[in-house]
Design a protein around this ligand. Structure first.
Ligand SMILES: [Zn+2]
Length: 395
């Protein structure tokens, strides 16, 4: 609740954009708490923040936990920040129990997970894991024209005493705790979701070009109405994506029409496609069929499509999943397997070390919303399981 003060919104949510003043204030508090616990604090060139409890074998690759503290503009108090604070709580509990793990335990705060101020998201974790280059993110600008590079420099100046750690480091394992952001655990009455994997996603930008014409005089036969063409194409893709199991997720979340004037036949319609499916091969073939649909003309309008991103579905290793399950069962905390339908920093960490995620329920499955909520009991149980998993991995 104290973290939720930084970027607090009137409706009780959080607006804490990556590398903003609010982000800096939240980092300041975290660093203070970490230093009170005797943790070593470091950062890296892409603005990730690390807090380390030294193990008895400092040469061994560390076990890392964490998440993000940036939010959507009308975000909630738990998305991301829960994983960070559960990690801090877990490390504090281990320290206060007098346990010194063999491997160091690190708490990570990944820079810009949400991709709200600077797109795309998961910047810190993707650069850390080598999936994106540092240069490719530094030049990204926000709506005010401020670049990631400039914003990083500003936040570095806020914390001149925090040393820069190398970007490329070996990790032993990564565990991320997070609210589910969906209704399954609450509906099933289960406390812990053992995340099996993250469903894949392909995103596209489609441009339909027609021709401007007078809404009163242009005959139907000579119109090239880009919006009607876009609607026809979207209907065709919708039909392609209809499956009995309701596994395909197809969203057109943005549509820009030009000139966007009531009495002018639209000359251009540009829309986004967000396509997701838990099965990578299915995602691949659906995306390819979607590309095929864009090879035709609609309403005599030409269509061009550009693929913006493609992330396959991934599965977390069995070893981590069974460790999470055993730890929950040992503490008599209920658990079940669950697929993550949203992306997380764990997606990128999974490319460099054994990775897993622990989900806890959130009220009515609501997230990316100021009303986001979770019970103290569930939040604490998630942290309890995290303690056991971190110890299991670090000894
Ligand atoms: Zn999140």
């Amino acid at each position: 609740m104290e973290m939720a003060q930084y970027g607090r919104t009137p409706q009780g949510g959080v607006n804490r954009q990556a590398l903003s003043t609010e982000d800096a204030m939240a980092r300041r508090v975290l660093v203070t708490w970490a230093e009170l616990l005797g943790l070593t604090v470091g950062t890296d060139v892409v603005g990730n923040l690390f807090m380390r409890l030294q193990g008895t074998n400092p040469e061994a690759a560390p076990v890392v936990t964490g998440s993000h503290i940036d939010s959507q503009p009308t975000g909630g108090r738990f998305d991301g920040v829960y994983g960070v604070l559960a990690g801090l709580e877990a490390i504090q509990a281990i320290r206060e129990a007098g346990i010194v793990p063999k491997r160091s335990l690190e708490l990570a705060v990944w820079m810009n997970e949400e991709g709200s101020r600077f797109a795309p998201g998961m910047m810190g974790s993707s650069v850390f894991s080598g999936s994106r280059t540092l240069d490719s993110v530094l030049s990204v600008i926000d709506a005010q024209g401020i670049s990631v590079g400039q914003a990083l420099e500003e936040i570095r100046n806020e914390f001149p005493d925090i040393p820069l750690w190398p970007l490329e480091r070996r990790l032993h394992a990564y565990i991320e705790a997070h609210i589910e952001q969906g209704p399954v655990l609450e509906r099933e009455g289960i406390t812990i979701g053992v995340v099996t994997g993250i469903q894949g996603k392909r995103t596209f930008r489609v441009s339909v070009s027609g021709e401007e014409a007078h809404a009163g005089t242009a005959a139907r036969s000579e119109r090239r109405d880009a919006l009607l063409a876009a609607v026809e194409l979207i209907q065709a893709i919708k039909a392609l994506c209809e499956d009995d199991e309701d596994l395909v997720k197809f969203t057109v979340g943005r549509l820009d029409v030009k000139p966007n004037a009531p009495s002018v036949v639209p000359a251009e319609a540009v829309f986004s496609i967000d396509l997701r499916h838990p099965d990578s091969s299915k995602l691949q073939s659906l995306g390819d069929q979607l590309l095929d649909l864009c090879a035709y003309e609609y309403e005599r309008c030409a269509v061009s499509i550009q693929e913006l991103s493609a992330a396959p579905s991934l599965e977390f290793p069995d070893s981590i999943r069974s460790l999470i399950r055993r730890t929950a069962e040992d503490q008599s905390i209920s658990c079940m397997d669950i697929l993550s339908k949203a992306g997380h920093d764990a997606r990128y960490l999974h490319y460099v070390c054994d990775t897993g995620m622990i989900f806890i329920p959130c009220k009515d499955g609501i997230s990316h919303n100021e009303a986001e909520s979770a019970t103290e009991r569930d939040l604490a149980d998630g942290a309890r399981v995290l303690v056991g998993v971190l110890l299991g991995l670090s000894t």
